[in-house]
Design a protein around this ligand. Sequence first.
Ligand SMILES: Nc1nc2c(ncn2[C@@H]2O[C@H](COP(=O)(O)OP(=O)(O)OP(=O)(O)O)[C@@H](O)[C@H]2O)c(=O)[nH]1
Ligand SMILES: [Mg+2]
Length: 656
Amino acid sequence: MEPDRWAEERRRGLTIDLGFAWMMLPGGERLAFVDVPGHERFVPNMLAGVGPVAAVLLVVAADGGWMPQSAEHLAAIDAVGIRHGLLAVTRCDLADPGPATRQALDRIAGTSLGPVEAVAVSAVTGAGLADLRAALARLVAALPAPDPAAPVRLWVDRSFSIRGSGTVVTGTLPAGTVTVGQELLLTPSMRPARLRGLESLNEPVTSVTGVARVALNLRGIPADVPARGMALVDAGRWTLTKLMDVRLSLRGGPGPPSEMTLPSHRTLPPEMTLPPEMTLHIGSARTQARIRLLGAPGTAIARLTLREPLPLHVGDRVLLRDPGSAGVVILGATVLDVVPPALTKRGAAAAAGRELAAWPDPPSAADLLRRHGLLRASALAAMGATGGPPPVAGEWLADPARWANLRGQLAEAVAAHAKRDPLAIGMPPEAARAALGLPDRALIGALANPPADPAHPASHPADPASHPAGPAGPAGPASVQLQDGYLRIASDQRRDPAPQKTPEPRQPLQPREPAPPLPPRVVAGVKAVLADLSGAPFVAPEAGRLRDLGLDARAIAAAARAGLLLRVTEQIVLAPGADAKAAQVLARLPQPFTTAEARQALGTTRRVAIPLLEYLDRAGITQRLPDDRRRLRLTLSVAFVPVTRCGSGSSRARCG
Ligand SMILES: Nc1nc2c(ncn2[C@@H]2O[C@H](COP(=O)(O)OP(=O)(O)OP(=O)(O)O)[C@@H](O)[C@H]2O)c(=O)[nH]1
Ligand SMILES: [Mg+2]
């Protein structure tokens, strides 16, 4: 096949733009070629063709030998990191192919291609062409099979319109599958395009799996929109970015590439100065990139700021070229982070350089999580990282160390809040989210000790297996609970004995665990109430008395949470343990008993007796019968008597 498509190319006998051709291998398999121009003026076109391919056929003329453009092409192949190739030495009817072959193999060996096969051919006599076919078959057989489920990124290398069909784009599909009817997004606008028709090597097909040359007929995209360098991508599986952190590697360049190849690709020669801006190539795309080294001269870690956004994954190889320089400077780079954090703090750039220098190529999900702390699983996938720990909340993944740290911060924030506002029922989760600078309130719920749910280990961040406890982990001192919509430091004393909850006898004014102290005026008010109640334990203070003592609803709630009062209703407060005492009194009555009998035995009025009995019903201490009489549940006299004799709260559990 003649790949030169343009009249000018045929007239000048010179390839200018990309050409496309294919052949049948001896085994019946078809092999597609992207023909690239050799002339140095058309290097950008050459790079657009080389970018997405799996393997290269490098051609050198027997009579011409290794040329400057051969070196530049090889440097580009090396920078992009292509690992599979074959050397063809042509025009062997005109000269002995030996010297050119040896020269070329020597240079190729030191690049990403490594040692390759060489075949001498003549297009005029046909010598060696059968060997070339066989060598191509071996090359193809050695290629790794691309993942058919991989995210689709098809770099557009040609775009045209066909009357009656509309917009058509072509490209090399490196991996993944495209199917008629499927929707892809066209970068950088992310305009959706539906695949109306599909061709591979001039034949209509319904589905193609990479690696393959494909032509896509697009619905929804006007013919003048797509252009070389745009890409068709699967929605949500790529990160469109203008900012990225990379590891540069100096490969190829003028002279034998082996001399320029560094033993470790983790540093650059300290004396090497990089231009502030270079042209970045990936796939068929090219754009300008501003380069900022993250660290001292010689560091290979850099932050690139692109003029146009590109759809990228971590681990992508990009090529940087300085078209302005006299000697051609070509660098390869591996993308390490496609959403790098801002470098605002002093020393942040050097710190980032040090951190990223230790990362592997490609970075793992754990590396990215360590840097970002928290990431949505979908964002991590769009960065191109697979794996990662189970989510801590919803879609959120957390770095274990960061998560442990956040637990400590949350405990501090909740404790500080309680100190600032001792009467508050707890810290609102939204306030905690803002205080910790977290992106989602669900994370606060997950940081606070969640109720144990063995059916959902992933939603159970206290599980030390999935999140090893840090200094403030589940084993640490910081334990925050989210209850009834508020965050509180978890402890028995701080649990709100709201009227609906099962009452527990408490030791008056002797908090068992340190809780943020109540304001002195509240403590004084509580003491006065308890003094009132000491002679008549069921004659709850009137609303006016509470008001005079400065005990409003918030103060009463706080005192109840601290275990200093028993809150029967909003208005009725008794001493802690009054419920147990009432049970003892009622146990002495003939069962069942009426409300009037209970009121009399308790020595109080209906204002207190009725809510207190209802409280005891809810607590399961008494049972209300259909005729409105009540009886004590038997177990309770057993449960309560020893409790009151135990004396100390710390031994309560054992007593119970
Ligand atoms: N005698 C002889 N001439 C050849 C052979 N192969 C190619 N040629 C001639 O060499 C010249 C260059 O060949 P092309 O196929 O244009 O080379 P190319 O690598 O595609 O060149 P560009 O596309 O410009 O980079 C043409 O005049 C071909 O006819 C061969 O095996 N023997
Ligand atoms: Mg050509």
